[in-house]
Ligand binder design. Structure first.
Ligand code: GDP
Ligand code: MN
Length: 348
């Protein structure tokens, strides 16, 4: 064990300790991070937190994806931090460029307008490629084809409580396909026609819509309009085979041709969320109340005090976003008819 310093990332890197989990006991799962070389120290921080709170006990692999080549420093630093195997992939050009059905002049005009309106990332081309890639391609990257489960990690996130069980196994054992820790309302300026595109898709492919779905999470009028609720996709634990299914691919292809990744600024969070809410049974979406998580500017901190003490949490429960008016998580509880967690009323 421990890995050979000359070939970082080819064997589990457990720092001289025996692997925490026997090879065969591990799920077919990986962490996945999309990053630039310049994200190195911010992703290093995230990895350290994920390892300390969870992965040092499980040694899962970590796949890094980039539209450019990762440099040696990025590979050296990240492979030293990850306790599992590390893999580095370059995104093929055709998954990170304008498709030929996009009118580039029209797209450029939109970016100008959004810049004037000061819409966040409104003038960015790379942000749009990123959102489209996370929506439709990361799960089809050759390095991801070996896996059934993924956990997405972004730079500069924090985990505030120990996670002492295998979250991937939990997903499999409980027939979950998608999960979240934070939910909120999307900026409407970034997705004005997304719901129209979704309605087109559901009209063309009614067979992909699941009975017993979570439409109530997305809409307050039975699907006529979108309430802009979405699961925040910078954290996700999910099933890759679902994303690779005909249903999801038909959905992504249909949205992609509608053009909103470039003519608006559709985010992968509403795109994934709408898919999960319409194409999965509501029981297949899991809220990880026990995973205390931060991505600027929101915190999910479990409200139960005993839980926080038992799991060595270091988040301030007053920072918990769930029961704030701008969160959609109470809708998830109501739709699934589950009692609100202990202590929630203190945070309202
Ligand atoms: P935000 O969370 O919406 O503010 O967006 P981020 O800047 O965190 O980007 C989301 C994810 O995509 C992060 O994992 C970034 O590292 C990654 N990312 C964003 N832009 C690019 C890019 O141009 N190239 C690469 N390789 N990764 C990117
Ligand atoms: Mn981010």
């Amino acid at each position: 064990t421990g890995g050979d310093a000359k070939t970082p990332g080819t064997t589990p890197n457990t720092g001289g300790l025996p692997p925490a989990v026997k090879e065969g006991d591990r799920m077919n799962a990986t962490f996945v991070t999309l990053a630039r070389n310049s994200d190195i120290w911010e992703i290093a921080k995230s990895i350290r937190q994920v390892e300390d709170r969870f992965n040092r006990k499980f040694n899962y692999d970590w796949v890094f994806l980039n539209d450019d080549d990762f440099n040696d420093e990025f590979k050296k630093v990240t492979s030293a931090l990850v306790s599992g195997k590390t893999k580095y992939g370059k995104i093929p050009k055709e998954h990170w460029s304008f498709p030929d059905f996009i009118d580039q002049e029209k797209a450029a005009k939109v970016r100008e307008e959004m810049k004037e309106k000061k819409i966040i990332y409104g003038d960015s081309i790379s942000y749009r490629h990123m959102c489209r890639y996370e929506s439709g391609f990361f799960f089809r990257h050759p390095l991801m084809l070996d896996y059934e489960w993924y956990w997405r990690v972004e730079p500069s996130v924090e985990l505030y409580c120990d996670i002492n069980y295998d979250t991937f196994k939990f997903m499999a054992d409980n027939k979950k396909k998608y999960s979240f820790t934070l939910s909120l309302y999307e900026y409407v300026e970034t997705i004005p026609t997304l719901w129209d595109a979704v309605k087109n898709f559901t009209a063309t492919f009614p067979q992909h819509i699941s009975p017993g779905n979570s439409m109530k999470f997305l809409s307050d009028d039975d699907g006529k309009s979108y309430n802009h609720c979405h699961f925040w996709s910078n954290f996700e634990i999910g099933n890759l085979n679902w994303l690779r299914s005909d249903a999801y691919i038909d959905y992504f292809t249909s949205l992609d041709h509608a053009g909103g990744f470039f003519y608006e600024r559709w985010g992968d969070a509403p795109v994934h969320s709408i898919a999960a809410a319409l194409m999965l049974k509501k029981e297949e979406i899991h809220f990880f109340n026990d995973i205390a998580y931060y991505h600027v500017p929101f915190t999910h901190c479990p409200t139960g005090e005993q839980y926080r003490l038992d799991h060595k949490c270091h988040c301030n429960p007053k920072d918990n976003f769930d029961w704030n008016g701008y969160s959609c998580t109470s809708r998830y509880y109501e739709l699934n008819n589950i009692p609100k967690p202990e202590g929630y009323e203190k945070e309202q």
